[in-house]
Ligand binder design. Structure first.
Ligand SMILES: *Cc1c(COP(=O)(O)O)cnc(C)c1O
Length: 970
């Protein structure tokens, strides 16, 4: 008889389940067979052998990352859910520029949760970006109409940085030559702080004061006023505006967009600039972001406006077509002449806000604003009945309640899950919003009744409530009368409109987007799911820390993981984009020098090949940019670097260097480069945009960098969103940790050092609600998966370089003839041999169903290809086949077989309209135009417009939707 007895071993090792595919295996585009084939073609036996050759030994990390094993999607989601549940979702009445709102479900699912929208790139290739360009034009129209100003950009990072941008514009554009800028004490505190941070290195004196009593002692170049004020009060700014302008200064109003539905718009008050947050137009609070800020001004300053602007132009067939306007004006392209460094903005969130406007239309927005106003006046009346000192006559949605029991009332509300704003021991703030219900009002009033009952019926209060604002403030001008804001108010119509726009755009759900330096990798669905959990989405950035423990755990774990990955001692999650990380990192360096009595160290060395944001950030940090040459291999010229370091050794502040270089190679000399800077008293800032080539293989903190930003929207899987959101946290070595950014509103003790620089973002942890994406990625990949991803990114780039090299020279290579995770194709000779520009090839790629690689950066006339680890060998081959087929088409021109001006490249991209026209007189066939390779017959992406005429659009600038009259249907 057999008896069952447990085996002794089985109690020692856990019972083993059969293996199934891991997340890492899904994230990586190629499996072992495809990897072996690629390695074989490159002549390497193993991935390790290839990487050994490509990455200099001197910098290799000697041990695995201490990150543990990768989790499955379900495990990671369960762990994160447990963390999220440590957040307490309370109803926020805090206000301060953030209001709970309703994301219309049709927008939530079809934009925010839709890879067709969130995986798109910045719309530089306009012909395959008409959908989001239209959405952004709608956004600009929404902003210009509501603010009453002529021009608006397609978003900035947050309200506070937008205020700082307004100051910078005013500084450069005002007639008054002055170093003094007035900021009303009635602005939100975080806005004042970010403006002060920005002013300091520029030598601007910020005067914070009361506009009602302010008497300028000397001229000011500008003023910043809040409309409505932070405590809700409405002021008539007309006399103040006139007075500042008379003396040559510019006036900026920080205006709440929803209030402008009812209020006289800033433009009609005479303001030069209006800025603000658009969050309450359907974007979740998200503990501070991401949300789109807006920036509007008059046409007088359109060329000085920061950020991107969408404009109307026409295509090669004479049809209307949208594209980014006035691109040479973009600040980061102006390098050290820039007044701003903004690059990635908040496109996805601007799209959501614009669609909120489209879905509700002018009447819907009025209804929402009136209802908010109704609730506010009813609440004020109720509070007055209870004996409280408050007044709704000069406000929109925010009440100031004065009571000597403010502290205990605040606590009583908090105990019931209601977050009020605690202004001081005598004053509370209550801000209402579109989510406010009768039950909410009742709960608030009962809370203030302190155990008593309401002396009046809420129904009566609501019935008697005044839905108008005070007479002197009432808006009389119409807005949003354009067709787009009046057509899509049923869900069916809206759904189809969103789908139509989405279908015009090429995103990662169509094909690879091999943009060098932008790392367009997989944004996995499991990574995206948590961002719409209410435990992350519905938290106000200034909620008490006791309610946001889940977020604190998330931050600590993510900071620790990023420290382990980069080799740094501390991380700040505050900067909202790479550019903001650069700026914050340089401020940290500046503060370090100042604390050591080396405040004169202000020279920043920057290699010529650097990204334009680098010099722009340096100038904003009060530094003087000294360019350093690159050698003919694209490496930093060591002799020139040494000479410049010596020449400026007394005043050397920093070097900004990108690694691997912007030319896509691992410079073997990076340790020496860092050493030279340190020897001359400088600090090394590393631009970490290329971290995807390093994770698990080498760490900036180990080979000499002192600060580095990480673009979480590149290496760590936050989607590009069509041009934002992003996150640009910085890692620093131990000696710089005391200087990481602080934040006055929440003194976040756990990250605050002894001498913090001021806030660089409106919210303490930047765009907190997208951090779960990077957390999920790191936890699901684990140490081994992350390292393999880097190896595969390097293999894929080298495989493509190898396939394409016979057709297009590879501009720069490193050791062993290898590139890093991207490669530069040199197309400059095609101009000489065939009159073909790199632009022609970029547009022709659209006919093949691809988005072009990075064009003409860092070297004009080239393409920089970055495949990432997520693309399969099949996809890499399809892209290479397309590039090779295009080279064949160029050859036909070279050999005189086809006209140099009348050929498939010069006419690219081809629309269905052109190809289906009755007359076709071109020297190539329609088939060749549309189906040059066989797989296009399986799936064809059709560009909806032909080649866009940029010059025409800039000469005839139109940056908002055409008015009704232009449609002939007034
Ligand atoms: C993307 C990038 C930046 C800027 O990052 P943003 O998030 O767009 O501000 C800076 N440097 C390099 C090399 C980059 O590729």
């Amino acid at each position: 008889m057999t008896t069952f007895s447990p085996q002794p071993q089985s109690t020692q090792s856990p019972p083993a389940l059969l293996e199934v595919k891991t997340f890492a295996q899904r994230h990586l585009g190629s499996g072992s067979d495809a990897i072996a084939q690629m390695l074989d073609q490159l002549g390497y036996k193993t991935l390790d052998a290839l990487v050994e050759m490509a990455v200099p030994q001197a910098i290799r990390l000697q041990q695995p990352l201490p990150l543990g094993e990768g989790l499955s999607e379900a495990e990671a989601l369960a762990q994160l859910k447990a963390i999220a549940q440590q957040n307490q979702v309370c109803h926020s009445y805090i206000g301060m520029g953030y209001a709970p709102c309703i994301t219309p479900p049709v927008i939530l699912r079809n934009i925010l949760e839709n890879p067709g929208w969130y995986t798109a790139y910045t719309p530089y290739q306009a012909e395959i970006a008409q959908g989001r360009l239209e959405a952004l034009l709608n956004f600009q129209t929404l902003v210009t109409d509501l603010t009453g100003l002529a021009m608006a950009n397609a978003s900035l990072l947050d309200e506070a940085t937008a205020a700082a941008e307004a100051m910078a514009l005013s500084y450069g554009a005002a007639k008054a030559k002055s170093q003094r800028f007035f900021v009303s004490q009635d602005c939100h505190p975080q806005t004042i702080e970010v403006v002060q941070t920005r002013a300091q290195p520029l030598g601007i004196e910020v005067i914070v004061g009361d506009h009602q009593t302010f008497v300028p002692q000397a001229p000011i170049f500008g003023a910043l006023l809040a409309y409505p004020a932070s405590d809700g009060t409405l002021y008539d700014y007309r006399p103040f505006i006139a007075q500042v302008q008379q003396q040559g200064g510019l006036v900026t109003l920080v205006a709440d967009l929803l209030s402008l539905v009812l209020l006289t718009p800033p433009g009609e008050l005479g303001a030069d600039i209006a800025i603000g947050n658009t969050q309450r137009f359907g974007v979740p609070l998200g503990y501070g972001g991401p949300h789109a800020a807006y920036f509007a001004t008059s046409t007088a300053y359109q060329r000085k406006m920061p950020g991107r602007i969408v404009g109307l132009s026409k295509d090669a067939n004479g049809n209307p077509a949208l594209r980014l306007a006035l691109q040479t004006r973009e600040q980061h392209i102006r390098r050290d002449k820039a007044t701003s460094n903004i690059c990635t903005a908040q496109v996805l969130l601007a799209v959501i806000a614009s669609m909120y406007g489209v879905y509700h239309g002018p009447d819907g927005l009025k209804a929402i604003a009136h209802r908010v106003r109704q609730c506010t006046t009813a609440l004020a009346a109720g509070l007055q009945h209870l004996g409280y000192d408050t007044d709704a006559s000069h406000c929109f949605d925010t009440l100031k309640v004065v009571s000597d029991r403010a502290g205990s009332l605040w606590q009583a509300a908090a105990d019931q899950g209601l977050n009020l704003r605690y202004i001081d021991g005598q004053t509370l703030g209550i801000t209402l919003d579109e989510t406010t219900t009768v039950a909410d009002l009742e709960q608030l009033l009962l809370c203030f009744a302190q155990g008593g009952t309401l002396p009046v019926s809420l129904g009566d209060l609501l019935a008697q409530a005044d839905v108008q604002v005070a007479p002197g403030f009432r808006r009389t001008s119409a807005f949003l009368h354009q067709p787009v804001f009046n057509r899509y108010h049923s869900e069916t119509e809206m759904l189809r409109y969103l789908h139509r726009l989405e279908a015009k755009d090429l995103a990662l759900n169509t094909s690879m987007i091999p943009l060098g330096s932008c790392t367009m990798k997989l944004n996995a669905t499991a990574e995206m799911i948590p961002i719409t959990w209410p435990e992350f989405g519905q938290i106000h950035p200034f909620a008490p820390l006791s309610q946001t423990q889940g977020y604190q755990v998330l931050f600590q774990q993510l900071e620790q993981d990023l420290q382990d990955i980069t080799g740094f001692a501390a991380v700040s999650l505050q900067p909202n984009a790479g550019s903001q990380g650069e700026y914050a990192g340089l401020l940290v360096i500046r503060q370090y020098h100042q604390q050591r009595g080396d405040g004169h160290r202000t020279v920043c060395l920057i290699p010529q090949s650097a990204h334009g944001t680098n010099p722009a950030s340096a100038v904003m940090a009060g530094m003087t940019v000294v360019p350093v040459r690159c050698d003919d291999q694209g490496n930093v010229d060591l002799a020139d670097l040494t000479a410049k370091a010596q020449q400026h050794q007394e005043n050397l502040a920093a070097l900004m260097v990108t690694y691997p270089s912007t030319h896509g190679v691992f410079e073997a000399e990076i340790r020496t480069i860092c050493q030279i800077i340190h020897d001359h008293g400088g600090q090394v800032y590393m631009d970490g945009a290329n971290m995807n080539a390093q994770v698990g293989l080498c760490r900036p903190g180990d080979f000499g960098a002192d600060v580095c930003h990480l673009n979480l929207h590149k290496t760590f899987c936050i989607p590009h969103g069509g041009g934002g959101p992003g996150m640009g946290p910085i890692g620093v070595a131990a000696h710089l940790a005391p200087f990481l950014p602080g934040h006055g509103v929440l003194s976040n003790q756990n990250t605050l050092g002894s001498h913090p620089i001021g806030a660089v973002s409106a919210a303490p942890w930047g765009s907190a609600s997208i951090l779960p994406i990077s957390w999920m990625y790191i936890k699901m990949m684990g140490a081994a998966g992350l390292t393999e991803a880097t190896q595969l990114a390097i293999l894929n780039a080298n495989y493509m370089a190898h396939r394409l090299a016979p057709h297009y020279p590879i501009l720069y290579k490193g050791i062993g003839g290898l590139v890093a995770h991207e490669c530069i194709l040199d197309l400059r000779d095609l101009k000489r041999t065939a009159g073909i520009e790199v632009e022609d090839v970029a547009k022709r790629l659209m006919d093949y169903g691809f988005h072009a690689p990075t064009v003409s950066w860092p070297v004009a006339g080239t393409m920089m290809v970055e495949p990432t680890e997520s693309e399969s060998k099949e996809e890499l081959d399809r892209f290479c086949d397309a590039m090779i087929a295009i080279r064949q088409e160029v050859r036909a021109i070279e050999q005189g077989q086809i006209d140099p001006l009348n050929n498939p490249l010069k006419h690219a991209p081809h629309t269905a309209e052109v190809l289906l026209a009755d007359d076709w007189d071109r020297p190539y066939s329609r088939e060749q135009a549309a189906y040059p390779l066989p797989w296009l017959r399986q799936f064809k992406f059709w560009p909806v417009v032909g080649r866009v005429d940029n010059a025409y659009g800039d000469r005839n600038l139109v940056c908002s939707c055409a008015p009704m009259e232009d449609y002939g249907t007034v």
